[in-house]
Design a protein around this ligand. Structure first.
Ligand SMILES: [Zn+2]
Length: 392
């Protein structure tokens, strides 16, 4: 096995990884407009002699499925990534030494390039896997434009995510095995009539929407205080985060409207119904004065998840990391949602994430080091070989 891995590692081309990543970064793909970069990616795989299935479920955001079939009846491992980037503008891409700079370099065209290189190295070395390797890409990932529709449609097909998955973005020095779920909330509080002096309003019993927003926010902080008493060892406590409260335009005028929003992060044991029930109870626990109209909305953005640390894909990735890096890959919790949440909860399969070392996703200046992409490609190859096994 070590001989094989050494041979495969020696076949990884840093130049190829650099060029692939850079070319994909040079093709803009803000969420909703990923057709061109997907075409380039497909061309790379077809040039290796692979058959690529292009799925046009969503206009200008195609998904792809590429299969490296091994021994029938073996396990199937899916490498997964997204080809869209956030819309926030970025200076023109460039290469400086070991570093590729540009929108999508870290999040996550380098991960996609590493997937292509993994396939190329396996094919070039004529590795006959004991199972099947699938490369899956999709778009419509980045909020607020995307809602993971591409990934969800791939999951719904039933034959793309089969036994286990490895998402090629995220941390590269720790492995999350529990992740929080995320719900965005909004609350709009309105009353009839226009803004007026507080001394005119009070005798008439006209309520202040701002008072209600403050009480609701106060109740959320009470929940936080109670949750803080029982933190999860990997995830900390469940939380309400207050993102915005907007209301009022003058120090003694009663506004006609208040608006608040934020995020609720919750544990993996919760269903969406549990989350809705808790939120409705919270709203009901704040007294609503007559004359106020309260409109609340709760949007799900990925349920929490848990992966059993004894799963084969977890041990395969950890042993691959140990082989490549020479250190143990620590098990941690994930506070933000990613493809992993959706694959674990909607696909019902064990899933791990391992990125290419970039810490600048969504930053003003986004970059990735070629040497880190090489290392991640080594980890992917070793994981594939360990998890699927080789024939002969
Ligand atoms: Zn990403």
């Amino acid at each position: 096995m070590d001989d094989l891995l050494n041979r495969l590692f020696a076949s990884i081309s840093a130049e190829h990884l650099r060029d692939l990543t850079y070319e994909m970064v040079r093709i803009p793909s803000p969420t909703g407009d990923a057709e061109d970069v997907t075409a380039y990616y497909v061309q790379q795989l077809r040039a290796l002699g692979l058959e690529v299935q292009v799925l046009n479920d969503f206009p200008r955001s195609p998904s792809t499925v590429t299969r490296l079939l091994g021994k029938p009846g073996g396990l199937t491992l899916t490498l997964d990534g997204h080809l869209d980037t956030i819309h926030t503008s970025h200076a023109a891409p460039y290469i400086e030494g070991d570093r590729i700079v540009g929108r999508g370099a870290g999040d996550m065209k380098s991960g996609i390039a590493a997937m292509v290189e993994t396939a190329r190295v396996l094919l070039e070395n004529d590795v006959r896997l004991n199972g099947n390797l699938i490369l899956a890409t999709h778009s419509l990932h980045e909020a607020p434009v995307g809602h993971m529709q591409g990934l969800k449609a791939l999951l719904a097909r039933g034959d793309v995510f089969v036994d286990a998955a490895l998402v090629t973005e995220g941390q590269c020095d720790a492995l999350p095995i529990r992740g929080k779920g995320q719900a965005l909330y909004e609350c709009e509080i309105t009353r009839e009539g226009k803004a007026l002096h507080e001394n005119e309003a009070r005798p008439l019993g006209i309520p202040n929407p701002l008072d209600y927003a403050v009480k609701l926010a106060g109740r959320m902080l009470e929940y936080n205080a109670a949750w803080a008493q029982k933190p999860d060892p990997l995830l900390g406590p469940e939380t309400f985060f207050l993102g915005q409260i907007h209301s009022g335009d003058f120090y003694n005028r009663v506004p006609a409207k208040a608006f608040m929003n934020g995020v609720h992060r919750y544990w993996p044991d919760k269903s969406w119904e549990d989350v809705e029930r808790m939120f409705n109870q919270l709203i009901a626990s704040v007294e609503k004065p007559a004359g106020l109209q309260i409109d609340t909305k709760l949007f799900g953005n990925g349920l929490g998840y848990e992966v059993n640390p004894d799963e084969q894909i977890v041990s395969a990735l950890r042993s691959a990391y140990q082989t490549v890096v020479g250190e143990a890959l620590q098990l941690v919790g994930a506070l933000s949602v990613s493809d992993v949440n959706v694959i674990a909860r909607e696909g019902g399969i064990p899933v791990v994430a391992h990125g290419t070392g970039s810490t600048t996703a969504h930053a003003d200046v986004e970059w990735v080091n070629v040497s880190d992409i090489v290392r991640s490609t080594q980890v992917y190859l070793a994981t594939v070989i360990t998890y699927l096994g080789v024939q002969g």
